[in-house]
Design a protein around this ligand. Sequence first.
Ligand code: ZN
Length: 88
Amino acid sequence: MVKPMIRLLIFCLLVFFVYKIFRALLRSLPHGQGNSLPPEKTQRGEDMVQDPQCGTYVPRGDALTASVRGQRHHFCSAKCRDDFLRSS
Ligand SMILES: [Zn+2]
């Protein structure tokens, strides 16, 4: 015969493990990595463009542009633009 105390203990352990598994499942869902994935549009509906120098995504309207060999590039800052122009 199982004593009520032991049944309660087993129940608590079960709840604990279910909770642990649930937490692990939640953490494995791909929603916490927001910043590494580029948003398609900004809240203003602008396109996002990638800075080839540092890899940052910036709204097209806020980006600095430079043309290199006929190709248009977008930059987050003048420093990135200058570094890119110097290295290309
Ligand atoms: Zn940059």
